[in-house]
Ligand binder design. Structure first.
Ligand code: NAD
Ligand code: UDP
Length: 313
């Protein structure tokens, strides 16, 4: 019988790719979303697919479902612009929402994978970041609702595992980009591409010397899938990301080059607590999951630019 798999945040960027991957695999997919940052457009492709169901629901409200084998727990706004819009709601989503999903896993015996984040390392003092690093997070800043929310969600997973035997997997995802990101998402790759294809100035925050390591979505989805299907006892946390680092200025220049237009670069204020550098140490993912990304930045950006051009008509 086909596995029944719940994807919270299934209408979002990563969630919609996860739904596609699981449908291709023969699973019956239940997508759960409150459409805060998710898009109907991302689900159009599944409209007539009898392997797919969408439940409009906010995970801060408890939910009862039968016969669930796996839960990919992705629901949470991921862009700083959106998670800061209602910071208290972001914390509730990460804490109460994760408790609700862990209770569902406990009731049904489902395995739960949490999409945690590199933000648990905060503005890191160790570089690159291994999973053993406990992080350098401001608990009271404007990013804290997300960073501390995710740290608490990780804690909840491990406490449900220790206290109730819930089968958990924790992925720490580093900056990921690709088709199905919202054009107004506010994250750097979608901002720069939308600005470049509309001939608007590219907005670099700060001097552009801060770094990020960008992973293309298909690589990341392979990593999440491998972690979910890894042997019992592998709980993570495991870093998933592409360990190649670029400055934000280099990213802007690459996107301007690939879009082949003359957008100028303008410099704006750097938001507070913006991490200065970020790169995953993926030794563990290589060893335990035999996983590493293989799409380089230029190839991934080209596919993403094509996508944004196709929806920008
Ligand atoms: P996204 O904003 O595109 O998707 C999040 C989805 O969750 C949206 O569909 C949104 O409507 C839904 N959602 C938010 N709050 C909800 C709630 N209370 N109830 C039900 N649904 C809710 O973001 P994404 O990039 O697809 O991120 C997915 C997950 O991966 C998030 O948990 C995020 O923290 C994590 N993550 C992503 C990245 C990345 O680079 N994309 C990096 C680290 C971690
Ligand atoms: N950034 C930028 N211009 C933008 C959007 C973001 O320079 O239009 C910068 C942001 O300040 C940060 C980096 O790009 O240093 C990545 O930002 P994003 O919001 O994508 O993710 P995060 O900061 O959570 O890694």
């Amino acid at each position: 019988m086909a596995q029944r798999i719940l994807v919270t945040g299934g209408a979002g960027f990563l969630g919609s790719h996860m739904c596609q991957r699981l449908i291709d695999d023969g699973a019956h997919v239940l997508c759960l979303d409150n459409f805060f940052t998710g898009q109907n457009r991302n689900l159009d492709i599944f409209k007539d697919n009898n392997q797919f169901e969408c439940i409009e629901h906010d995970i801060v409200e408890p939910l009862s479902l039968d016969n669930i084998d796996q839960i990919y727990h992705l629901a949470c706004p991921a862009s700083p612009v959106h998670y800061q819009e209602d910071a208290v709601k972001t914390i509730i989503t990460n804490v109460s929402g994760t408790i609700n999903m862990l209770n569902l896993a406990k009731e049904t015996g489902a395995r739960l994978l949490l999409s945690s984040t590199s933000e648990v390392y905060g503005d890191p003092e160790i570089h690159p970041q291994p999973e053993s690093y406990w992080g350098h997070v401001n608990p009271i800043g404007i990013r804290s609702c997300y960073d501390e929310g995710k740290r608490c969600a990780e804690t909840l997973c491990f406490d449900y595992h220790r206290s109730h035997g819930v089968d958990i997997k924790v992925a720490r995802i580093f900056n990921t980009y690709g088709p199905n990101m919202h054009p107004n998402d506010g994250r750097v790759v979608s901002n720069f591409i939308m600005q470049a294809i509309n001939n608007e100035p590219i907005t670099i925050y700060g001097d552009g010397s801060q770094t990020r390591s960008f992973c293309y979505v298909s690589d990341l989805i392979n990593g999440l899938y491998s972690l979910m299907n890894s042997p019992d006892g592998v709980t993570g946390p495991i870093n998933l990301g592409r360990p190649v680092e670029f400055t934000i200025k280099e990213l802007a220049e690459k996107i301007i080059f690939l879009c082949n237009n003359g957008s100028e670069i303008i410099y704006q204020d750097l938001p507070s607590d913006d991490p200065k550098q970020r790169r995953p140490d993926i030794t563990l993912a290589k060893e335990v999951l035999d996983w590493e990304p293989n799409i380089d930045l230029e190839e991934g950006l080209s596919k993403t630019i094509e996508y944004f051009k196709s929806i920008n008509l």
